[in-house]
Design a protein around this ligand. Structure first.
Ligand code: GAF
Length: 380
């Protein structure tokens, strides 16, 4: 059953009535630009066809009840503050809170959720959840919130209410991506450029390899990377690492005493450049050449930012050995998914190669599928 039917059926079962509507928001794959968003740099995600759907209907003012096919029962809350609602429902309560904090009159609502986005795989299931609920509440309440302002509201829900110090990329991808396009986002100005991303026309494909090694954001490692970047920017006297120019990198590194911090900075500054290079290659139709940029990005995450795990490194190596043009981990790290740029007719061969490498290493089997660029959040 699709998430749209699932959410609708769950709404009916839980609330005994029809929802007023269904709102879908996708997960994402980030093509390139990892840990650059909170450094006010560049990212290039595309939306997945897999979505989270919120079936929603009205409730009395100041009352919200939410249920999910992923968890038993329903959670009800009123006017809420960070810390009050916990677990999966905190993402919903956080959105209500962030909208109210922005001075908006959020309508009371009953919401049922279902999702096709794999949870805990680095494909932004939490942003998909936030974005589906945000879009539903904005529509139900007839609220005037321009598209470009919506991601920051969902991000605030995650940062302040849920307590995960993530950047703006995932919510931007879920809300602002378009089908057949990758979203080139400037994470300082929030300006976007929609980059044509029709791989099939070039005989290519993106194979997503879920390492099935679980990952988490509400943990210390992500926050530690962010802190180290912010500290480096402070030492270098710039507002954010985005302001360290690529051709001034060596000079900036020479001003940092700490070896680990130097490597963190090198990752962020070179990664921003890789996003710009990738955009230029795509715009020139030189899509195969993006591969080596992706692989360089993986090496940087592995050696400089130190956010990969053996499962993703093995997947990258196996995909490359099987002939992929490039491969890299996508998302926050410490597990999650790898993407490989391959010839479209090499999907089965690449999948088998990765499966064999996993079996040899004694890892839990990976899950592989071809990802295409779907639409952003919308009312169905
Ligand atoms: C996670 C975060 F949520 C994003 O904001 C981003 O920092 C990403 O990790 C790393 O690029 O998905």
């Amino acid at each position: 059953m699709s998430a749209a039917s699932g959410a609708e059926a769950h709404f009916r079962a839980e609330f005994g009535t029809e929802p007023a509507g269904r709102w879908a928001a996708p997960g994402r794959v980030n093509l390139i630009g990892e840990h650059t968003d909170y450094n006010e740099g560049f990212v290039l995600p595309f939306a997945l066809p897999q979505r989270t759907v919120a079936a929603a209907g009205p409730a009395p003012a100041g009352e919200w009840t939410v249920c999910s096919t992923f968890a038993p029962g329903a959670v009800s809350f009123g006017t809420t503050s960070p810390g009050e609602v916990t677990g999966w429902a905190a993402y919903v309560a956080g959105v209500v809170w962030a909208l109210r904090e922005a001075g908006l009159e959020v309508p009371g609502a009953r919401i049922a959720l279902d999702s096709e986005v794999p949870v805990g795989s680095g494909l932004s299931s939490s942003a998909a959840l936030e974005s589906s609920v945000l879009t539903a509440l904005i529509d139900l309440g007839g609220l005037d919130v321009p598209l470009e302002q919506r991601p920051a509201l969902a991000q605030r829900a995650e940062n302040v209410y849920v307590g995960a110090p993530t950047g703006i990329m995932d919510q931007s991808a879920s809300i602002r991506c378009q089908a057949g396009r990758a979203l080139f986002l400037d994470c300082r100005s929030y300006e976007v450029k929609q980059i044509p991303f029709d791989l099939a026309a070039a005989g290519l494909a993106i194979l997503v390899i879920n390492s099935n090694a679980p990952h988490q954001h509400v943990d210390g490692e992500y926050g530690a990377r962010r802190k180290s970047c912010e500290e480096a920017a402070r030492i270098l006297g710039v507002p954010a690492l985005r302001d360290v120019p690529f051709d001034g990198l060596d000079e900036a590194l020479a001003r940092l005493d700490d070896e680990v911090m130097r490597r963190r900075v090198r990752h962020v500054v070179t990664e921003d450049q890789r996003v710009l290079d990738t955009v230029a290659l795509l715009e020139q139709g030189r899509t195969r050449e993006v591969g080596s940029v992706l692989t360089a990005g993986h090496a940087s995450m592995r050696d400089d930012f130190e956010i990969t795990v053996p499962q993703v490194d093995v997947a990258v190596e196996a995909a490359l050995a099987a002939g992929a043009y490039g491969a890299r981990m996508t998302g926050g790290g410490f597990g999650g998914c790898v993407l490989a740029l391959i010839d479209a007719d090499r999907a089965d061969a690449t999948t088998s190669a990765v499966e064999q490498a996993y079996a040899k290493a004694g890892f839990k089997a990976p899950t592989c599928w071809i990802a295409t660029a779907g639409p952003g959040a919308t009312r169905l």
